[in-house]
Design a protein around this ligand. Structure first.
Ligand code: TRP
Ligand code: SF4
Length: 328
């Protein structure tokens, strides 16, 4: 059944929103075919958030609840927290000895982000931030993962990981480390309620576990066809965020809505009301699963501990091989 090993992670920076769901749905599918390791990158969260660590624990918990309620299954996948598997740190340290500084400085995101954060008044010119891609490589290589489902923004990091593998295997004349392939999911991206990319920092997001009130409030703020003032005006669904959402969450009615909108037969208020209902129906089971799990903190702890144990087993095996290859 297994097509190989998959590793992926997310930085624990807060609760997830509906825009993240396509990533999780992809993971849910992958866990049927691969041996999967999914981890919460709390060390990586420190690279930009080391001054204030007060929310990290809560963020980890929220992320675990979000993953589990979206269908990541602890029976099928190892779900764990990065800092619970110290092998990531050892791998990172050993690789840091063999990685040319210039490779890290060359990673396209590096200078860009230093600059961007600098403008926001944040100093992230730390050793840890420079080493972000190397820690990420360590995360992947320590499981000898064949494939890593990532977004396009992470492709340079994955290419970097492959270079690290080639260099390591060449230097120590071994084939212990495996070059990971990127698995780019072809998913349709759900926009935020203002039709820009969905992001908490734009305040245009809908939580993964939004309650009926939040859903209603967010749908009512959605941007519709600005040219449409009266119900009888001809609408342009293709520029309407509400319509985009119908195409995600109300596919059965999508064609009818298009026709009615173009024909000036439905009003935007009714159209939004319909979407609110469909979205609420869609989120309800996720919300309920999340509530159930949130009421059982011990169970969630156990899931993460069990996941870490599975991860450690595999990571320890790799580290033994790595130490042997390096003769240390
Ligand atoms: N960099 C990823 C992100 O920003 C998180 C991450 C850390 C990761 N280590 C990883 C993803 C290893 C895939 C594989 O979301
Ligand atoms: Fe958008 Fe619906 Fe209004 Fe058409 S009727 S503009 S699809 S909200």
């Amino acid at each position: 059944m297994s097509k190989g090993t998959i590793l992926s992670g997310m930085r624990s920076t807060g609760k997830l929103h509906l825009g993240h769901l396509s990533v999780l749905e992809n993971w849910v599918r992958l866990q049927e075919e691969y041996k999967c390791y999914f981890f919460i990158a709390n060390w990586h969260a420190l690279t930009t958030g080391f001054e204030d660590t007060s929310e990290i624990k809560q963020n980890i918990r929220d992320m675990a609840l979000d993953w589990l309620s979206a269908g990541i299954d602890p029976e099928k996948s190892a779900i764990f927290v990065q800092s619970d598997v110290k092998e990531h740190a050892e791998m990172h340290l050993l690789l840091s000895m063999t990685t040319p500084l210039s490779w890290l400085e060359r990673v396209p995101t590096y200078k860009e982000q230093i600059h961007q954060f600098g403008q926001e008044g944040k100093d992230i010119a730390t050793y840890g931030f420079l080493g972000y891609p190397l820690l990420m490589a360590a995360d992947i290589l320590v499981y000898r993962a064949n494939a890593v489902p990532v977004g396009e923004d992470q492709l340079p990091h994955l290419e970097f990981s492959r270079e690290i593998v080639r260099r390591f295997n060449y230097l120590f004349n071994t084939d212990v480390l495996i070059e990971p392939q990127a698995l780019l999911a072809k998913v349709k991206l759900l926009p935020g309620i203002d039709n820009r990319k969905m992001s908490k920092s734009y305040a245009n997001d809908i939580s993964l576990n939004a309650d009926s009130k939040e859903i209603q409030a967010k749908v009512s703020q959605m941007i519709t066809d600005p040219a449409r003032i009266r119900k009888t005006d001809t609408g342009h669904p293709d520029v309407c965020t509400v319509f985009t959402y119908h195409s995600f969450y109300n596919q059965e009615e999508q064609a009818n809505i298009r026709e009615d909108c173009c024909g000036g037969c439905i009003g935007c208020v009714a159209c939004k009301k319909n979407l609110t209902k469909k979205l609420d129906q869609f989120i309800q089971p996720i919300r309920e699963r999340r509530e159930e799990l949130a009421a059982q903190p011990k169970l969630v702890d156990e899931i993460l501990e069990h996941g870490a144990e599975k991860a450690r087993n595999k990571a320890a095996e790799t580290m033994a091989m790595v130490r042997e290859a390096m003769k240390i």
